[in-house]
Write a protein that binds this ligand. Structure first.
Ligand code: HEC
Length: 135
């Protein structure tokens, strides 16, 4: 009995700290439906385009998600200060998209950095779908 309770406790705590990316996608789906009643689902293809599309930042420089994360998310990336960023694709880095707070923090920072606005739930879901589609 005690062991069962311990086991359940353990499973629950895992769930809080490390949920599979699919859980996160479900949360973004709920949000996306609220943002757009016409929401029809996430697209890995749109996520790929979103990831690579460069835009001109108001500081005059071209920037995209791939600027730091590289064009192939299976590769290590680099910050502007030349610090290594571990790969974004869960196939090579299973920790990605398992910590909702971390994901939100970095979407917040990086979307502002690249797009100079927050990302929509649609964009976040497309991005994660793209990363999960990489084999
Ligand atoms: C200026 C460099 C830079 C750019 C540009 C950038 N990122 Fe990042 N990103 C980082 C760094 C640094 C981290 C945190 C280090 C880490 O997680 O390895 C990170 C982490 C993330 C994470 C956390 C994922 C997880 O589960 O660990 C997400 C999501 C993310 N970035 C999305 C984006 C998106 C979307 C874009 C484009 C709109 C983008 N990034 C552009 C540097 C960048």
């Amino acid at each position: 009995m005690r062991k069962t309770i311990l086991l359940i406790g353990l499973l629950l705590s895992f769930n809080t700290f490390a949920a599979p990316p699919q859980e996160l996608l479900k949360q973004y789906e709920v949000q996306a439906k609220q943002e757009h009643s016409a929401f029809t689902g996430f697209s890995a293809e749109k996520g790929a385009t979103f990831f690579k599309t460069e835009r001109v930042h108001s500081d005059g420089k071209n920037v995209s998600c791939a600027t730091c994360h590289t064009a192939d998310p299976r590769n290590q990336g680099k910050t502007r200060a030349n610090k290594v960023i571990e790969p974004m694709a869960p196939i090579v880095n299973p920790k990605r998209f398992t910590d909702a707070a971390k994901v939100e923090k970095w979407f917040g920072r990086n979307c502002k950095d690249v797009l100079e606005r927050a990302c929509t739930a649609q964009e976040k879901g497309d991005y994660i779908s793209y990363m999960l589609s990489i084999k």
